[in-house]
Ligand binder design. Sequence first.
Ligand code: AMP
Ligand code: GLY
Length: 448
Amino acid sequence: MASRFLLVGSGAREHAIAAALCKREDVQLFAFMSARNPGIEALCKKSGGEAVVGDIHNPAQVGDWAKAKKIELAFPSPDAVLAAGVCDELAKFHIPLAAPLRAAARIEWDKSFLRQIMDKGRVPGCPKNGFFRSTDELNGFIDSLGGQVAVKPVGLTGGKGVAVVGFQLKDGEAAKAYAREVLAQRIGGDGVVIEEKLIGEEFTLQAFCDGRKLLPMPAVQDHKRANVGDNGPNTGGMGSYTSEGFLLPFMTQQDYDDALNILQKITRILELESNIRFSGIMYGQFMATANGVFLIEINARFGDPEAMNVLARLKTPLADVFEAIAQRRLGKMELEWESKATVVKYLVPEGYPGKAVPASKLTIDEKKLKASKAELFFASVDQREDGLHTASSRAIASLGVGKSIDEAEKHAEAGCAAVSGPVWHRADIGTAALIGKKAEHIKQLRKR
Ligand code: AMP
Ligand code: GLY
């Protein structure tokens, strides 16, 4: 059994991963971080490991440190780290990995590659799409979809580069103008993907994957829009929830099974057609529509905030699961899950997702926090001599767990109330009012 684990990354998602790994008592946690995350630092120290700050996107830096620390299993976590080839560098030193090599993570960092794989394997749930490197055929394609499109930079943009007609874009003409801007300014790389606009409700399905076998997790709904009622600009994610079971209140078992089938087919096609075995976390972002389930995107990692929801419910030690991924024996494993609902709410700096206020002090009332039954995970914060400060992005996530979504929501709110400083959060996430609206939306769509 491995005991020296390396985690690369330092957001709230990684804080939750660190906490889940440290539940197994023999784990010694080593973290390579881009900024000091006080939560991860404390877990490393307590477990007899170590945390350092460095350039997480520099494979040689991470590799040298991992070698020096005699790492036995590594989990590089964020998308940009996977795209930078950090796993490939660790693999050179024969360090077992529970995350994908760069070629496999391409399903996330190259949106056109994902659509090619889906076309090749006739994977269901693929919206009509086109990939463009120049403006020549762009307008005609947008017109052919009646102007009802999503415009997506081909590469990574931190979840903020996608714009959809009816939301961020007024109409087909605005979509053309934005697509031209993406190409001219090379936003997210060289190219733009245009997709038919899907109408429905989104959900996330994540699965542990060893290249062949997938072990799925409970479905999660993430709220990407900044403002109450799911309005405003897209963000990295303002909060998320699970119900007590594996489905969400607006989903059918068929939706869940169809989504899992799509992930399974993609895994198989990757291996058959491209000789790529994907090991790690496969994350599918889906839209449940009037015509079934469609795939919006695949990520090659845990979702943030979704990781916090599912890891709170995973009873099987995460360290065991990571080892099974690395050894390609997920087929022999069964996961145990707590039947509890979860709600995560992100506290973000005032001004986010635009220009956040300058770094400001945050205070956590420990007594209030304890009474709240919530758990806090640190994201983009800066631990200074005089205390905790905000940085420019999402600051702290508050996780509530309960018998029902209602109860979990109340705990998450109480956790938010324990933090004071210039931060705000979406009070509506996890409330019956917002979830009811989603259920009604799907009901109306599917009635037609
Ligand atoms: P992504 O970065 O691909 O997850 O896209 C960000 C958000 O844009 C998604 O969460 C959806 O809300 C929206 N989106 C992306 N693709 C589509 C599509 N084809 N139709 C409708 N909305 C979409
Ligand atoms: N929560 C969306 C993401 O992690 O991409």
